[in-house]
Design a protein around this ligand. Structure first.
Ligand code: UD1
Ligand code: MG
Length: 447
């Protein structure tokens, strides 16, 4: 594949079977809207131009695909009509134009490159990606001659009995010779069972013009189109398997791959160990030699080299964990930098904060970052020691090397290397408990 490539993504359908207020292609798999996966694949193919055909009233979709241009298909008159909605964007293009469905997020860039290369090879008018399902019902059938040339695509509703037996089917992905595409599509009519402008009729039009077409086969697993929540879950499963496999190929150990969930953009370093039941939301970058222990949940965060996370840790957006730092069980970190070698080992909330290098945050420490109106900052200096069960009421600043006594409530500023503690005076009444028990057992008759 060497000529220029442009991509048209069809995303006009609302997807009524999803029973959703969201346009179908905005539903996410591996943490990213389906349409985003398709656009990423186009980017992998180095598409010079990617255009998206949207339906009426889909402002969020338009925002999601920006800066790629969108074209509105107001009435749904068929797939050829949908592609022609982008006619202004197709004018003057050269090379290849690939048509993709935004509800089919599993096609790989390698497969699409193979299709484009096949179209270029004999300067075919159209190349179609075909597959062989067990049950071809509902799909357009690919009719080929003895030489393997594609001579027609016959939609399910238009098939005669012999054609209905063909199990080589149109996946929906088609690649066009850019220079002829508009003329080809404009020659398509809607004289058929559904009264639609079928994109698939492009093959017949090309034949009439003395041009050739070709079909390329792909594994059925890549062709899945999502029309329902059930199919959304199937697509999720396939993508997760791919992401797990890729993580292992890239040098991470997944002890129980099937229980680890990735986002499409998760980045793991080398020699990362991921224990069972870990979820990576969008935007996570993990450095080399880290361990992410069981039942941890990470999103939009960075984990430095050699850090040790979990079990049961929650890293929320804006958490930046330094090299060799330790975030232990039942610790939640949000929008906070935990510098190199610092430890937050147990039962803490650290939000809107900096924890200096090698500081130690005792069990149960809470940064009180919110007063009901504003989020305020907590700054903990390098080497500071915060005693267990302390509340740091932001804005608050703990100097380098300072010690905060256990159970303290701290506001304002603590000097470097100082000891600070707030504690109620201790009351002790000798023998009180024993007397209390005796009195109560007389009163109630209970021992
Ligand atoms: C289409 C193909 C069929 C193929 C099948 C694979 C045609 C005529 N048929 O059939 O050969 O086997 O996909 O799944 O192309 N769309 C629009 N605007 C429209 C119509 C459709 O944007 O006016 C979009 C849909 O949202 C969908 C895609 O195009 O994402 C395919 O449309 P759909 O109605 O599902 O076509 P099929 O009948 O399944
Ligand atoms: Mg369909």
């Amino acid at each position: 594949m060497s000529l220029e490539l442009s991509v048209v993504v069809l995303a006009a359908g609302m997807g009524t079977r999803m029973k959703s207020a969201l346009p179908k292609v905005m539903h996410k798999v591996a943490g990213k809207p389906m349409v985003g996966h398709v656009i990423d694949t186009a980017a992998h193919l180095k598409a010079a131009k990617t255009m998206v055909v949207v339906g009426p009233d889909m402002p969020d979709l338009i925002k999601t695909v920006a800066p790629h241009p969108t074209f509105e298909q107001t009435d749904r008159l068929g797939t050829a009509h949908a592609v022609l909605a982008a006619k202004d964007g197709l004018k003057g293009l050269t090379g290849n134009v690939l048509v993709l469905y935004a509800d089919s997020p599993l096609f790989t860039a390698e497969t699409l490159a193979r299709l484009v290369a096949a179209r270029e090879e004999n300067d075919h008018a159209v190349a179609v990606l075909g597959f062989r399902p067990e049950d071809p019902t509902g799909y357009g059938r690919l009719v080929t001659d003895q030489n393997g040339n594609l001579t027609a695509i016959v939609e399910d509703k238009e098939c005669n009995d012999a054609q209905r037996q063909i199990n080589f089917c149109n996946s929906g992905v088609m690649c066009f010779k850019a220079e002829d595409m508009i003329a080809t599509l404009e020659a398509i009519d809607n004289a058929n069972a559904k009264g639609e402008y079928y994109l698939t009729d492009a093959v017949e039009v090309a034949q009439k013009n003395g041009q050739s077409c070709v079909a390329v086969e792909v594994d059925e697993a890549e062709t899945l189109g999502v029309n329902s929540r059930t199919q959304l879950a199937v697509a999720e499963g396939i993508l997760q398997d791919r992401l797990r496999e890729q993580a292992m190929v890239d040098g991470a150990t997944l002890i129980d791959p099937a229980s680890v969930f990735f986002s499409a953009d998760t980045k793991l370093g080398r020699d990362v160990i991921v224990e069972p039941n870990v979820v990576f939301g969008p935007g996570v970058v993990v450095g080399d030699n880290t361990v992410i222990k069981a039942f941890s949940h990470l999103e939009s965060c960075v984990v430095g080299e050699g850090a040790d996370i979990g079990p049961y840790a929650r890293l929320r957006p804006g958490a930046e964990i330094g090299a060799g730092a330790r975030v232990g069980n039942f610790v939640e970190i949000k929008k906070a930098v935990v510098e190199d070698g610092a430890k937050v080992n147990h039962l803490s909330y650290i939000g809107d904060a900096r924890v200096g290098a090698k500081a130690n945050i005792g069990a149960g420490t809470i940064t009180c970052n919110y007063d009901g109106f504003r989020k305020q900052h907590t700054d903990i200096g390098a080497g500071a020691f915060i005693g267990s069960n302390s509340s740091l009421v932001a804005p608050v600043e703990i100097g380098d090397g300072a010690i905060v006594g256990a159970g303290s409530t701290i506001t304002g500023k603590v000097e470097a290397d100082a000891l600070t503690l707030t504690r109620a005076e201790r009351i002790e009444k000798k023998g009180w408990a024993a007397k209390f028990r005796e009195k109560m057992s007389q009163l109630t008759g209970k021992k």
